[in-house]
Design a protein around this ligand. Structure first.
Ligand code: ADP
Ligand code: ZN
Ligand code: ZN
Length: 667
């Protein structure tokens, strides 16, 4: 559709309002999806044209003209408009909040005086000078997965369930090759979790598609680089994009395949803005494009697993490791109940001795950075807390600081207890720094490398740290999530998993699922080469059923039990949830707002439950008090009808920041 005689254009702006009407100046050439510059109050904003009309309901004198069409870049395609419209409606935001916010900063800011020369830089194509690496010959399971994906016509969601190291990535790469070879214009989207866009994976993709312009899109890129990737895909110069959750909103000419690697990963869920799930939107986008979507994981999310059980997704399995001779590691649980005070059990220490003696590498995984989760006074019970949040501060020994991991505030370590004056305050619990210190003390000759967000910063340092591991320049690697996933360490034969107990007793319904997947992923780092691997998990709850499922390396056993629990407790995926969240200066105000919002709620059908407002588990964050109200529904459509009606009835109040979160990932 294009402008022919219409007088008004609807322009979506990054504001909590629907698209606004603007007058089209005579002679202005305009099409749907154009980016335009429009006046709003005293500001000039970039918006996206989402429609045209001959009339407007807005008062004559309030109607303003479109300032300029940013026509040096092709309009956003209709498919992209439909995706952002869907996302806005689904996640209870305005179209503009979904659409404009999805553009790279360069394309969403009002053009400055040097816009034209910058745009030239953005259009520059970088040459990808890597040597081509051919695909290995696929094994039978890989071939049959590939054949099924290749045979799909139209929209086809797949769940590729393959143990760690089973060659899922090879299946993705081959499926991508086929699509690119069959259609000279086709484009593919390869989504990876935030933490997983490793240089290794990026290289693997570039080496496979040397005759394509492969671009990446993730949060480490500069504004210029991101704009460059975005435009290359938008203009069809690049046919392969590898990116994190933001890439699901890239603009394509002809998207023919979507891959979502490690589909269970929590980083696909956005913690701000739309608060969308990039995985869920990827499936929706494949539907809009009538193309296949492959979700892959060794530990699928229970939502996806359930969808595969119901037959909504087609299940593809890879049951063994792809590399000849590589096998899944032996896993043992060490009962820590009788070993108070010991950080590493004797069996674990002996295994480390043996691995190092053989010249193999050891991974020690602990999901907490810093030295200790808090410092405390044993005399009066004082505990170090953040002054801005309802959280404990983490002790970072190297910097001698107490840091809040929620807001980043940092404090000096008091010389004596601020409450009772006791000079002997102590660090409580374990973090990566403390483990590193203890390991260095037990194995003074070993080369210990710590890998967490404090020890390596930015892509360059991370890349160098991983290169060091691959070159065999570290014997023991201590790390957080950063080492858990995706890495293909050929020399690691032993993995120690510490400190899982807090997660086991966490009441969050997803805590166990996350723990299981993390443990299995970490365990999956061992034995990927020809050296057999072993894994030790230390716990004070060794009888917990999760450990027998883990020992059996049986995700399916785990999923069956966990889904039965969810069904019994009426939890997702058996109910659909949305949360109304409010932030205010005081908790009373936040709760009061939610209470009034609850009163204003329309009468839901039988299938809708509106709960009472409650404080969030981290109640204060950066000096704002936070509360929330849960809504549950049996039926997805009913939930959305309810939310739409309700949203229109909520009266804004000064000093209250509120928003909906649909499909919240933690309660
Ligand atoms: P996953 O994505 O399931 O973790 P990858 O695709 O990374 O697995 O494969 C794990 C290892 O096995 C990699 O080193 C990869 O090169 C190798 N590999 C995968 N498929 C094959 C195959 N068919 N033949 C030989 N090696 C393979
Ligand atoms: Zn004290
Ligand atoms: Zn804080």
């Amino acid at each position: 559709m294009s402008f022919n005689g219409d007088l008004f254009a609807q322009v979506a702006l990054d504001l909590p309002l629907g698209p606004l009407d603007y007058r089209i100046a005579e002679g202005m050439e305009l099409v749907l999806g154009d980016r335009v510059l429009v006046p709003l109050g005293s500001r000039k904003l970039v918006g996206v044209v989402t429609g045209f009309s001959r009339t407007s309901g807005v008062e004559e004198k309030k109607l303003r003209k479109i300032t300029k069409v940013l026509a040096d870049v092709a309009p956003l395609p209709e498919e992209w408009l439909r995706l952002t419209e869907f996302a806005a409606r689904y996640y209870m935001r305005s179209w503009g909040q979904a659409a404009v916010a999805a553009l790279p900063p360069f394309f969403r800011k009002a053009p400055g005086v040097r816009y034209a020369s910058w745009l030239k830089k953005v259009r520059e194509v970088k040459a990808p000078g890597v040597k081509r690496v051919e695909s290995p010959e696929l094994n039978e399971e890989q071939q049959s997965a590939l054949a099924e994906i290749g045979a799909a016509r139209g929209f086809a969601p797949f769940l590729l369930f393959g143990v760690t190291g089973s060659g899922k990535t090879e299946v993705y790469l081959n499926a991508m090759s086929r699509v690119l070879e069959n259609d000279r214009q086709a484009q593919v989207l390869f989504l990876v979790p935030e933490i997983n866009l490793t240089p290794q994976l990026e290289r693997r993709v570039r080496e496979r598609f040397t005759d394509q312009t492969v671009v990446t899109m993730h949060s480490e890129l500069s504004d210029l680089e991101r704009a460059r990737s975005w435009l290359a895909v938008h203009e069809g110069r690049s046919r392969v994009i590898v990116g994190t959750r933001m890439a699901v909103f890239a603009s394509f000419r002809k998207l023919r395949l979507i891959i979502v690697d490690e589909e269970h990963d929590p980083s696909y869920k956005a913690g701000d803005g739309l608060r969308h799930s990039a995985r869920d939107l990827a499936v929706k986008r494949a539907q809009l494009n009538a193309c296949p979507c492959v979700l892959g994981s060794a530990t699928p999310s229970l939502e996806s697993w359930n969808a595969a059980q119901r037959g909504a997704y087609r299940l593809l399995r890879l049951t063994h490791r792809a590399v000849q001779g590589a096998s899944l590691p032996q896993l043992s649980v060490l009962d820590m109940r009788a070993r108070r005070g010991e950080v590493l059990a004797l069996e674990a220490r002996e295994a480390v001795d043996a691995a190092i003696a053989r010249g193999e590498q050891v991974l020690v995984f602990i999901n907490r950075r810093g030295y200790a989760p808090t410092v405390s006074c044993p005399m009066c019970g004082w505990v170090s807390r953040c002054g801005h949040c309802s959280t404990f501060t983490v002790f970072h020994k190297a910097e001698k600081r107490l840091v809040c991991h929620h807001c980043g505030s940092s404090y000096g370590v008091p010389e004596r207890c601020p409450c009772c004056g006791n000079p002997e305050i102590t660090a409580v619990g374990l973090g990566t720094e403390r483990i590193e210190e203890q390991i260095a003390a037990i194995w003074p000759d070993a080369r210990v490398l710590r890998l967490d967000r404090d020890s390596v910063k930015g892509k360059g340092q991370t890349e160098e740290a991983f290169a060091k591991i691959h070159r065999g320049e570290a014997d023991i690697i201590v790390g957080t999530q950063m080492i858990a996933k995706g890495h293909d360490f050929k020399r690691v034969s032993l993995v120690l998993v510490l400190n899982v107990d807090a997660q086991l007793v966490n009441p969050d319904i997803r805590a166990e699922e996350r723990l299981f997947s993390t443990m299995l992923q970490v365990a999956g780092r061992a034995g990927r080469g020809e050296i057999p691997g072993s894994v030790f998990v230390q716990s004070r709850f060794p009888e917990h059923p999760i450990f027998s499922e883990l020992r059996a390396q049986s995700y399916e056993q785990f999923a069956q039990r966990a889904l039965a629990d969810r069904r019994e407790s009426f939890s997702p995926p058996f109910v659909h949830q949305a949360m109304l969240r409010a932030q205010a200066e005081t908790l009373d105000r936040a709760l009061g707002f939610l209470e009034r919002a609850k009163q204003a709620a329309p009468r839901g059908g039988d299938g809708i439950t509106v709960y009472d407002p409650v404080p969030m588990s981290v109640m204060r964050l950066m000096d704002e008090e936070r509360a929330q109200l849960l809504v549950e529904a049996q039926n997805r459509g009913e939930l959305h009808r309810f939310l739409e009606q309700w949203c229109a009835r909520i009266a804004p109040e000064p000093g209250i920041h509120w928003f909906f979160e649909v499909d919240p990932s933690d309660l």
